[in-house]
Design a protein around this ligand. Structure first.
Ligand SMILES: Nc1ncnc2c1ncn2[C@@H]1O[C@H](COP(=O)(O)OP(=O)(O)OP(=O)(O)O)[C@@H](O)[C@H]1O
Ligand SMILES: [Mg+2]
Length: 565
């Protein structure tokens, strides 16, 4: 009799292993590579962020050219050329043909890319929509440049290389050319042109050229010749560690003892802290770190929690800076007024340093729209929020992003912006971090970590307050102008009437009345000023009183402690 097979055995016949490439091939939406407009912009984003990262690391002023050609219905060829450091024969295949491979994922360093998926995801999309390989030319500046065609083998998540040849000349940089179907080039707020405009605003040291399918060429010229200071690679902070991560780090360390491993691997870990840990663990700190067990790692983590480490280092972050943002906004948005705030760096849960920059631009080309006018003939504008993460623009998943949520949580009326949604305002926000907490692998929205939300709100309130003061001043100036015009309109009539009664010369009365109106308007200004001074004094004295109360409280606590001792 044939032996019956169990359900588990039956199901087991379907058991298979899959590679990460197979997973993403089935879930392209997770990489932002679905949707006709979104996919096209995302590909430009992946290539351009890679070029900027590579130039930054190699200390090169970036010169990037993006060309998009329409080859047929919903069929495009995208070419991105940079003057970066190029890639070597050994790495180029894996860099563009293997998912989760690259130079960034394992480093705690502020860079635009952080996963090792972007470029290879694009290579895979090209091959599954057109059957064609991605063509690459790359050169390091010395030796002959290399030309090759790359595809991904999704089953193995390995690169497949073809037509590799050495070119006859040297070249420094990388040219990537790939074809895609199922896309659409439109001129919208989410299109490559706007993406690159924003990239130029956040990267004034980069020269970026776009050639659109219509052959229209736009050059965003560099407004700054200085390469931004290089971000520093940072070490993980002990407070953000867990047992599993500690064991993984220990496995790959070159250190010979647990003590040196701790000192070399972690931020803020000196001899004193390492010795303190040594006193409380059950094993010898001279042990080979590769041999530590789960229980021993747990003991170390317990000590990490007990020791009062200094907060993580934050000096490796590189914000754009208030001056540079102001310069960029002035040259590209041309506002009447801008107010930029760069907050001090701080840390979010897990021990990751981050820093927020906010710029508010008002008037000029600030805000969205501008092609329509309202009933009074005033150009209609809407508020525009420009979101950036490590200087890379975020154009999609707007609603789910911490930046949008923070902007929406501000009571803009307090800053004299009555109808913020319909104001000529551009709000520029850049979050820099060694690890941006994206909500998904598509890297389009930032998760609303509490510390990030708090810093965003403080920066928005600070620059909002200054912008509000400008808007209030502008409003007052307009009101004054209207009042003056109104009074001046009636002066000739009044002067003429007075001439009839008093026989006083009409022209002379007109002059006197004009002088009177101007004096009256000036007095209004002065009384406003007095009121402002009064408010400032009130605010300052409240602050002093608060400080006094706190000092008194502290003193009392100190005295109580002394008594207890
Ligand atoms: N234009 C380029 N010049 C030099 N190196 C590059 C270039 N483009 C890609 N690379 C290399 O290829 C690697 C893989 O790029 P990829 O975009 O897939 O991942 P990533 O940039 O590391 O992270 P992310 O998935 O977040 O973009 C990079 O880490 C980098 O080392
Ligand atoms: Mg990348």
């Amino acid at each position: 009799m044939a032996q019956e097979i169990s359900a588990a055995e039956q199901i087991a016949t379907q058991f298979k292993e899959h590679s990460v490439a197979e997973f993403f091939k089935k879930n392209m939406q997770m990489l932002g590579l679905t949707g006709k407009i979104k996919a096209l912009t995302t590909i430009v984003h992946e290539y351009v962020t890679n070029s900027l990262d590579a130039c930054e690391e190699a200390r090169i002023l970036p010169d990037i050219e993006v060309q998009i050609k329409e080859l047929g219905d919903e069929y495009y060829e995208i070419t991105v050329k940079d003057n970066g450091p190029g890639m070597t024969r050994q790495t180029v295949g894996k860099a563009l043909g293997q998912l989760l491979a690259g130079t960034k994922f394992h480093r705690m360093m502020q860079m635009r890319g952080q996963q090792g998926i972007g470029a290879a995801g694009a290579t895979m999309l090209a091959q599954i929509t057109t059957g064609k390989a991605t063509q690459v030319i790359t050169g390091t500046g010395s030796g002959k440049a290399l030309s090759l065609d790359i595809t991904v083998d999704p089953k193995k998540n390995e690169p497949k290389l073809a037509n590799m040849v050495e070119l006859g000349k040297t070249f420094q940089g990388t040219i990537i050319k790939a074809k895609f179907k199922g896309m659409k080039y439109v001129n919208s707020e989410q299109a490559p042109l706007e993406y690159l405009r924003r990239t130029a605003i956040a990267n004034p040291h980069a020269q970026i050229t776009l050639i659109e399918p219509s052959n229209q060429k736009t050059v965003f010229k560099r407004t700054l010749k200085e390469i931004p200071k290089q971000p520093l690679e940072m070490k993980p902070h002990p407070k953000g560690m867990n047992v599993d991560e500690l064991i993984t780090l220990a496995k790959y360390t070159d250190s010979k003892t647990v003590k040196t491993f701790l000192k070399n691997t972690f931020d803020r870990m000196g001899d004193k802290a390492a010795d303190e840990i040594g006193k409380h663990v059950s094993f010898d700190m001279n042990k080979d770190p590769k041999q530590i067990t789960w229980d021993e790692a747990e003991e170390i983590i317990k000590q990490f929690k007990n020791i009062n480490f200094i907060a993580p280092r934050t000096d490796g972050l590189r914000p754009i800076g208030e001056d540079r943002i102001t310069k960029s906004l002035t040259s590209i948005v041309k506002p009447e007024f801008s107010s930029v705030v760069t907050r001090k760096p701080t840390v979010y849960s897990g021990g990751f340093p981050f820093q927020i920059e906010v710029g508010i631009a008002y008037g000029g080309d600030a805000g969205k729209g501008g092609n329509t006018t309202n009933e009074e003939g005033v150009v209609e504008k809407k508020m525009e929020i420009m979101r950036f993460a490590n200087r890379a623009p975020l154009l999609f998943d707007t609603g789910g992003c911490a930046i949008t949520k923070a902007v929406q949580s501000i009571d803009w009326k307090r800053y004299n912006v009555k109808d913020v949604e319909n104001a000529p305002i551009t709000v520029f926000v850049n979050l820099v971090s060694v690890h941006i907490p994206y909500t998904g692998a598509g890297k389009q929205a930032i998760s609303d970590e509490q510390e990030i939300m708090d810093e965003l709100r403080l920066a928005l309130m600070d620059s909002g307050r200054r912008a509000g003061a400008f808007i209030a001043g502008k409003k007052k100036e307009m009101e004054k102008k209207m009042k003056k015009e109104l009074f001046f309109k009636f002066i000739p009539e009044i002067a003429a009437a007075l001439e009839k009664i008093t026989k006083e010369d009409r022209k002379k009365t007109e002059k006197n009345l004009e002088k009177l109106v101007l004096e009256k308007l000036k007095l209004e200004d002065e009384s406003d000023e007095a009121q402002q001074i009064e408010e400032e004094i009130k605010e300052a004295s409240e602050k002093v009183r608060k400080n006094e109360r706190e000092a008194k409280k502290k003193k009392k606590e100190a005295e109580d402690e002394e008594v207890e001792e």
